[in-house]
Design a protein around this ligand. Sequence first.
Ligand SMILES: NC(=O)c1ccc[n+]([C@@H]2O[C@H](COP(=O)([O-])OP(=O)(O)OC[C@H]3O[C@@H](n4cnc5c(N)ncnc54)[C@H](O)[C@@H]3O)[C@@H](O)[C@H]2O)c1
Length: 322
Amino acid sequence: MAKFFVTGAAGFIGSHFTDRALAKGHQVVGFDNMSTGQKFFLKDALTNKNFKLIEGDIREIEQLQKAMSDLKPDWVIHFAANADVRRGLDRPRRDLDYNTIGTWNVVESARGVDCKNVLFSSTGSVYGEPKVFPTPENGPFPEQTSLYGASKLAGEGILSAYAHGYGMNNVVFRFVSILGPRYTHGHVFDFMKKLKADKTKLPVLGNGKQLKSYLHMNDLMKGLWLVIESKPQGFQVYNIGHDDALTVDISIGYITRELGLTPKLEYSGGERGWIGDSPRIQLDTTKLKKLGWSADKSLEQGVVDTVHYISENSFLLSEANL
Ligand SMILES: NC(=O)c1ccc[n+]([C@@H]2O[C@H](COP(=O)([O-])OP(=O)(O)OC[C@H]3O[C@@H](n4cnc5c(N)ncnc54)[C@H](O)[C@@H]3O)[C@@H](O)[C@H]2O)c1
Protein backbone atom coordinates (compact mmCIF):
# COMPACT_ATOMS: atom_id res chain seq x y z
CA MET A 1 0.00 0.00 0.00
CA ALA A 2 1.35 3.44 -0.95
CA LYS A 3 0.28 6.84 0.38
CA PHE A 4 -1.08 9.38 -2.12
CA PHE A 5 -1.63 13.08 -1.49
CA VAL A 6 -4.07 14.28 -4.17
CA THR A 7 -4.69 18.00 -4.71
CA GLY A 8 -7.98 18.78 -6.45
CA ALA A 9 -9.34 15.41 -5.28
CA ALA A 10 -12.97 16.60 -5.42
CA GLY A 11 -12.71 17.65 -9.06
CA PHE A 12 -13.58 15.87 -12.31
CA ILE A 13 -10.21 14.14 -12.75
CA GLY A 14 -9.02 14.10 -9.12
CA SER A 15 -12.09 12.22 -7.90
CA HIS A 16 -11.60 9.47 -10.50
CA PHE A 17 -7.94 9.22 -9.59
CA THR A 18 -8.90 8.95 -5.89
CA ASP A 19 -11.43 6.18 -6.57
CA ARG A 20 -8.83 4.22 -8.59
CA ALA A 21 -6.16 4.63 -5.90
CA LEU A 22 -8.55 3.40 -3.19
CA ALA A 23 -9.65 0.48 -5.37
CA LYS A 24 -5.98 -0.51 -5.67
CA GLY A 25 -5.76 -0.56 -1.85
CA HIS A 26 -3.76 2.66 -1.43
CA GLN A 27 -4.21 5.32 1.23
CA VAL A 28 -5.33 8.75 -0.05
CA VAL A 29 -5.50 12.19 1.46
CA GLY A 30 -7.44 14.57 -0.78
CA PHE A 31 -6.73 18.31 -0.55
CA ASP A 32 -9.28 20.62 -2.15
CA ASN A 33 -10.72 24.10 -1.58
CA MET A 34 -14.03 22.96 -3.12
CA SER A 35 -14.10 25.92 -5.53
CA THR A 36 -15.17 23.75 -8.47
CA GLY A 37 -15.00 20.36 -6.71
CA GLN A 38 -18.16 18.45 -5.77
CA LYS A 39 -18.38 16.47 -2.56
CA PHE A 40 -20.76 14.01 -4.15
CA PHE A 41 -17.99 12.95 -6.58
CA LEU A 42 -16.29 11.57 -3.46
CA LYS A 43 -19.34 9.87 -1.98
CA ASP A 44 -17.78 6.39 -2.23
CA ALA A 45 -14.32 7.58 -1.20
CA LEU A 46 -15.72 9.28 1.90
CA THR A 47 -16.99 5.92 3.16
CA ASN A 48 -13.53 4.32 2.75
CA LYS A 49 -11.34 4.18 5.87
CA ASN A 50 -8.27 4.75 3.69
CA PHE A 51 -9.51 8.16 2.58
CA LYS A 52 -9.49 11.56 4.21
CA LEU A 53 -10.52 14.90 2.69
CA ILE A 54 -8.83 18.08 3.85
CA GLU A 55 -10.36 21.38 2.82
CA GLY A 56 -7.46 23.65 2.03
CA ASP A 57 -5.99 25.94 -0.58
CA ILE A 58 -2.80 25.32 -2.56
CA ARG A 59 -2.14 29.06 -2.50
CA GLU A 60 -1.45 28.71 1.24
CA ILE A 61 1.81 26.79 1.61
CA GLU A 62 1.44 26.34 5.39
CA GLN A 63 -1.80 24.41 4.83
CA LEU A 64 -0.07 22.08 2.38
CA GLN A 65 2.93 21.61 4.64
CA LYS A 66 0.73 20.70 7.59
CA ALA A 67 -1.41 18.27 5.59
CA MET A 68 1.60 16.60 3.97
CA SER A 69 3.62 16.33 7.15
CA ASP A 70 0.78 14.37 8.76
CA LEU A 71 0.63 11.88 5.83
CA LYS A 72 4.26 11.67 4.62
CA PRO A 73 3.13 10.66 1.12
CA ASP A 74 4.95 8.40 -1.33
CA TRP A 75 3.34 10.31 -4.20
CA VAL A 76 1.89 13.80 -4.56
CA ILE A 77 -0.60 13.97 -7.43
CA HIS A 78 -1.28 17.58 -8.31
CA PHE A 79 -4.60 18.31 -10.04
CA ALA A 80 -5.76 21.47 -8.24
CA ALA A 81 -5.72 24.41 -10.63
CA ASN A 82 -7.63 27.17 -12.20
CA ALA A 83 -8.77 25.00 -15.11
CA ASP A 84 -10.73 27.82 -16.78
CA VAL A 85 -8.73 28.37 -19.98
CA ARG A 86 -11.10 30.78 -21.61
CA ARG A 87 -11.48 33.53 -19.03
CA GLY A 88 -7.77 33.96 -18.20
CA LEU A 89 -7.64 37.44 -19.67
CA ASP A 90 -10.45 38.66 -17.40
CA ARG A 91 -8.41 37.77 -14.28
CA PRO A 92 -4.76 37.87 -15.37
CA ARG A 93 -3.29 37.11 -11.94
CA ARG A 94 -5.40 34.01 -11.29
CA ASP A 95 -3.48 31.55 -13.47
CA LEU A 96 -0.19 32.71 -11.97
CA ASP A 97 -1.46 32.29 -8.39
CA TYR A 98 -3.12 28.91 -8.87
CA ASN A 99 -1.10 27.17 -11.55
CA THR A 100 2.41 28.53 -11.06
CA ILE A 101 2.78 29.67 -7.44
CA GLY A 102 0.29 27.00 -6.30
CA THR A 103 2.36 24.38 -8.10
CA TRP A 104 5.56 25.66 -6.52
CA ASN A 105 3.85 25.45 -3.09
CA VAL A 106 2.88 21.83 -3.79
CA VAL A 107 6.32 20.74 -5.02
CA GLU A 108 8.17 22.59 -2.26
CA SER A 109 5.88 21.01 0.36
CA ALA A 110 6.54 17.57 -1.12
CA ARG A 111 10.28 18.20 -0.88
CA GLY A 112 9.80 19.31 2.73
CA VAL A 113 8.45 15.88 3.71
CA ASP A 114 11.04 14.06 1.57
CA CYS A 115 8.44 12.87 -0.93
CA LYS A 116 10.39 12.14 -4.11
CA ASN A 117 7.50 11.64 -6.54
CA VAL A 118 5.21 14.38 -7.88
CA LEU A 119 2.83 14.07 -10.83
CA PHE A 120 1.53 17.30 -12.40
CA SER A 121 -1.51 17.63 -14.66
CA SER A 122 -0.39 19.98 -17.40
CA THR A 123 -2.06 20.55 -20.72
CA GLY A 124 -1.69 20.37 -24.48
CA SER A 125 -2.33 24.13 -24.35
CA VAL A 126 1.39 24.62 -23.58
CA TYR A 127 2.05 23.94 -27.28
CA GLY A 128 0.22 27.18 -28.18
CA GLU A 129 -0.47 26.88 -31.91
CA PRO A 130 1.99 24.14 -32.94
CA LYS A 131 3.25 23.62 -36.48
CA VAL A 132 3.85 19.86 -36.12
CA PHE A 133 0.97 17.32 -35.89
CA PRO A 134 0.69 15.10 -34.02
CA THR A 135 2.75 17.24 -31.64
CA PRO A 136 5.53 15.39 -29.77
CA GLU A 137 6.66 16.22 -26.23
CA ASN A 138 9.86 17.75 -27.57
CA GLY A 139 8.14 19.69 -30.37
CA PRO A 140 8.94 23.40 -30.58
CA PHE A 141 6.51 25.64 -28.71
CA PRO A 142 8.09 29.05 -28.45
CA GLU A 143 4.90 31.11 -28.10
CA GLN A 144 2.22 30.87 -25.46
CA THR A 145 -1.27 31.90 -26.59
CA SER A 146 -3.08 31.68 -23.22
CA LEU A 147 -2.26 32.65 -19.64
CA TYR A 148 -3.45 29.17 -18.64
CA GLY A 149 -0.87 27.50 -20.93
CA ALA A 150 1.85 29.92 -19.84
CA SER A 151 1.17 29.33 -16.14
CA LYS A 152 1.12 25.55 -16.59
CA LEU A 153 4.37 25.66 -18.56
CA ALA A 154 5.97 27.61 -15.71
CA GLY A 155 4.67 24.90 -13.34
CA GLU A 156 6.32 22.26 -15.54
CA GLY A 157 9.59 24.19 -15.26
CA ILE A 158 9.38 24.06 -11.48
CA LEU A 159 8.89 20.27 -11.50
CA SER A 160 11.81 19.93 -13.89
CA ALA A 161 14.16 22.12 -11.83
CA TYR A 162 13.21 20.30 -8.60
CA ALA A 163 13.83 16.92 -10.26
CA HIS A 164 17.30 18.00 -11.39
CA GLY A 165 18.12 20.01 -8.27
CA TYR A 166 16.79 17.76 -5.53
CA GLY A 167 16.88 14.31 -7.14
CA MET A 168 13.08 14.06 -7.35
CA ASN A 169 11.19 11.85 -9.82
CA ASN A 170 8.70 14.33 -11.22
CA VAL A 171 6.23 13.54 -13.98
CA VAL A 172 4.40 16.04 -16.18
CA PHE A 173 1.34 14.86 -18.11
CA ARG A 174 0.05 17.05 -20.92
CA PHE A 175 -3.64 16.23 -21.30
CA VAL A 176 -5.98 16.95 -24.16
CA SER A 177 -9.59 17.71 -23.11
CA ILE A 178 -10.95 14.85 -21.05
CA LEU A 179 -14.48 13.43 -21.46
CA GLY A 180 -16.62 11.11 -19.35
CA PRO A 181 -18.59 10.85 -16.09
CA ARG A 182 -18.36 13.83 -13.66
CA TYR A 183 -17.52 16.18 -16.54
CA THR A 184 -18.21 19.73 -15.36
CA HIS A 185 -16.44 21.99 -17.81
CA GLY A 186 -15.59 22.07 -21.49
CA HIS A 187 -17.42 22.29 -24.79
CA VAL A 188 -20.01 19.53 -24.11
CA PHE A 189 -21.00 21.20 -20.83
CA ASP A 190 -21.19 24.65 -22.45
CA PHE A 191 -23.32 23.43 -25.35
CA MET A 192 -25.69 21.53 -23.08
CA LYS A 193 -26.07 24.58 -20.85
CA LYS A 194 -26.94 26.74 -23.85
CA LEU A 195 -29.38 24.13 -25.17
CA LYS A 196 -31.04 23.90 -21.77
CA ALA A 197 -31.73 27.63 -22.00
CA ASP A 198 -32.91 27.48 -25.63
CA LYS A 199 -33.39 24.25 -27.60
CA THR A 200 -33.96 26.01 -30.90
CA LYS A 201 -30.56 27.62 -31.43
CA LEU A 202 -26.95 26.99 -30.45
CA PRO A 203 -24.35 29.77 -30.43
CA VAL A 204 -20.96 28.30 -31.42
CA LEU A 205 -17.66 30.06 -30.70
CA GLY A 206 -15.56 30.14 -33.90
CA ASN A 207 -16.41 28.55 -37.24
CA GLY A 208 -17.01 25.00 -35.98
CA LYS A 209 -13.96 23.68 -37.86
CA GLN A 210 -11.53 23.63 -34.90
CA LEU A 211 -10.07 20.12 -34.89
CA LYS A 212 -9.33 18.66 -31.47
CA SER A 213 -8.37 15.44 -29.89
CA TYR A 214 -10.09 14.40 -26.65
CA LEU A 215 -9.80 11.41 -24.34
CA HIS A 216 -12.17 9.36 -22.23
CA MET A 217 -11.53 9.38 -18.46
CA ASN A 218 -10.98 5.59 -18.39
CA ASP A 219 -8.14 5.94 -20.90
CA LEU A 220 -6.63 8.85 -18.98
CA MET A 221 -6.65 6.82 -15.76
CA LYS A 222 -5.05 3.86 -17.54
CA GLY A 223 -2.20 6.12 -18.71
CA LEU A 224 -1.60 7.81 -15.34
CA TRP A 225 -1.44 4.51 -13.47
CA LEU A 226 0.76 2.87 -16.09
CA VAL A 227 3.34 5.61 -15.59
CA ILE A 228 3.05 5.66 -11.78
CA GLU A 229 3.45 1.88 -11.61
CA SER A 230 6.46 2.03 -13.98
CA LYS A 231 8.32 3.85 -11.14
CA PRO A 232 9.50 6.76 -13.31
CA GLN A 233 12.96 8.16 -12.66
CA GLY A 234 14.11 11.77 -12.94
CA PHE A 235 12.02 14.27 -14.90
CA GLN A 236 9.53 12.81 -17.39
CA VAL A 237 6.99 14.41 -19.73
CA TYR A 238 4.14 12.44 -21.29
CA ASN A 239 1.51 13.57 -23.76
CA ILE A 240 -1.84 11.86 -23.43
CA GLY A 241 -4.72 12.07 -25.91
CA HIS A 242 -6.59 10.05 -28.52
CA ASP A 243 -5.00 9.64 -31.97
CA ASP A 244 -8.31 10.65 -33.47
CA ALA A 245 -9.70 14.21 -33.48
CA LEU A 246 -13.15 15.76 -33.94
CA THR A 247 -14.20 19.07 -35.40
CA VAL A 248 -16.50 21.12 -33.18
CA ASP A 249 -19.25 20.54 -35.79
CA ILE A 250 -18.91 16.75 -35.56
CA SER A 251 -19.00 16.93 -31.79
CA ILE A 252 -22.15 19.09 -31.95
CA GLY A 253 -23.66 16.46 -34.26
CA TYR A 254 -23.13 13.74 -31.61
CA ILE A 255 -24.43 15.95 -28.78
CA THR A 256 -27.60 17.06 -30.54
CA ARG A 257 -28.27 13.53 -31.85
CA GLU A 258 -28.10 12.15 -28.28
CA LEU A 259 -30.38 14.94 -27.01
CA GLY A 260 -32.80 14.52 -29.95
CA LEU A 261 -32.50 18.21 -30.86
CA THR A 262 -31.97 20.07 -34.15
CA PRO A 263 -30.97 23.60 -33.13
CA LYS A 264 -29.97 26.29 -35.60
CA LEU A 265 -26.20 26.74 -35.32
CA GLU A 266 -25.07 30.35 -34.95
CA TYR A 267 -21.32 30.69 -35.45
CA SER A 268 -19.37 33.63 -34.03
CA GLY A 269 -16.90 33.01 -36.89
CA GLY A 270 -13.12 32.84 -37.16
CA GLU A 271 -10.68 29.96 -36.80
CA ARG A 272 -10.50 30.30 -33.01
CA GLY A 273 -13.34 30.13 -30.47
CA TRP A 274 -11.66 32.71 -28.24
CA ILE A 275 -8.27 34.37 -27.83
CA GLY A 276 -5.89 31.57 -26.87
CA ASP A 277 -8.02 28.80 -28.42
CA SER A 278 -5.83 26.58 -30.57
CA PRO A 279 -7.53 25.71 -33.88
CA ARG A 280 -5.94 22.24 -33.86
CA ILE A 281 -4.81 19.96 -31.03
CA GLN A 282 -3.45 16.48 -31.67
CA LEU A 283 -0.70 15.08 -29.48
CA ASP A 284 1.89 12.44 -30.32
CA THR A 285 1.64 9.74 -27.64
CA THR A 286 4.43 7.44 -28.90
CA LYS A 287 6.30 7.71 -25.59
CA LEU A 288 3.30 6.54 -23.56
CA LYS A 289 2.47 3.81 -26.08
CA LYS A 290 5.97 2.39 -25.56
CA LEU A 291 4.83 1.58 -22.01
CA GLY A 292 1.89 -0.37 -23.50
CA TRP A 293 -0.78 2.35 -23.39
CA SER A 294 -3.54 2.75 -25.98
CA ALA A 295 -6.98 4.34 -25.92
CA ASP A 296 -9.94 1.91 -25.78
CA LYS A 297 -12.86 4.33 -26.10
CA SER A 298 -13.61 6.15 -29.34
CA LEU A 299 -14.14 9.91 -29.24
CA GLU A 300 -17.77 9.39 -30.25
CA GLN A 301 -18.20 7.11 -27.22
CA GLY A 302 -16.50 9.73 -25.06
CA VAL A 303 -18.93 12.46 -26.16
CA VAL A 304 -21.93 10.13 -25.83
CA ASP A 305 -20.96 9.02 -22.28
CA THR A 306 -20.48 12.67 -21.32
CA VAL A 307 -23.88 13.76 -22.69
CA HIS A 308 -25.60 10.90 -20.86
CA TYR A 309 -23.81 11.70 -17.61
CA ILE A 310 -24.75 15.39 -17.74
CA SER A 311 -28.35 14.54 -18.75
CA GLU A 312 -28.64 12.21 -15.74
CA ASN A 313 -27.10 14.87 -13.45
CA SER A 314 -28.58 17.94 -15.09
CA PHE A 315 -28.54 19.91 -11.80
CA LEU A 316 -24.81 20.37 -12.52
CA LEU A 317 -25.78 22.69 -15.37
CA SER A 318 -27.26 25.08 -12.78
CA GLU A 319 -24.45 24.88 -10.20
CA ALA A 320 -23.28 28.43 -9.54
CA ASN A 321 -19.57 27.56 -9.31
CA LEU A 322 -19.41 25.66 -12.63
N1 LIG B 1 -10.41 18.42 -17.72
C1 LIG B 1 -9.58 18.55 -18.74
O1 LIG B 1 -9.99 18.34 -19.87
C2 LIG B 1 -8.15 18.95 -18.52
C3 LIG B 1 -7.33 19.09 -19.65
C4 LIG B 1 -5.99 19.48 -19.46
C5 LIG B 1 -5.50 19.66 -18.17
N2 LIG B 1 -6.35 19.52 -17.11
C6 LIG B 1 -5.81 19.76 -15.76
O2 LIG B 1 -6.19 18.68 -14.92
C7 LIG B 1 -6.41 19.15 -13.60
C8 LIG B 1 -7.77 18.72 -13.10
O3 LIG B 1 -8.76 19.30 -13.95
P1 LIG B 1 -10.29 19.01 -13.76
O4 LIG B 1 -10.88 18.96 -15.11
O5 LIG B 1 -10.49 17.86 -12.86
O6 LIG B 1 -10.74 20.37 -13.08
P2 LIG B 1 -11.75 20.60 -11.88
O7 LIG B 1 -12.01 22.06 -11.84
O8 LIG B 1 -12.91 19.67 -11.97
O9 LIG B 1 -10.89 20.16 -10.63
C9 LIG B 1 -9.98 20.99 -10.00
C10 LIG B 1 -10.13 20.75 -8.50
O10 LIG B 1 -9.18 21.57 -7.82
C11 LIG B 1 -9.84 22.27 -6.79
N3 LIG B 1 -9.11 23.54 -6.62
C12 LIG B 1 -9.10 24.60 -7.46
N4 LIG B 1 -8.33 25.58 -6.97
C13 LIG B 1 -7.82 25.12 -5.80
C14 LIG B 1 -6.96 25.68 -4.84
N5 LIG B 1 -6.48 26.92 -4.95
N6 LIG B 1 -6.64 24.94 -3.74
C15 LIG B 1 -7.15 23.68 -3.58
N7 LIG B 1 -7.98 23.11 -4.48
C16 LIG B 1 -8.32 23.82 -5.56
C17 LIG B 1 -11.26 22.46 -7.25
O11 LIG B 1 -12.18 22.65 -6.18
C18 LIG B 1 -11.51 21.14 -7.97
O12 LIG B 1 -11.99 20.15 -7.10
C19 LIG B 1 -6.22 20.67 -13.65
O13 LIG B 1 -4.90 20.94 -13.24
C20 LIG B 1 -6.38 20.99 -15.11
O14 LIG B 1 -5.67 22.17 -15.48
C21 LIG B 1 -7.65 19.18 -17.25
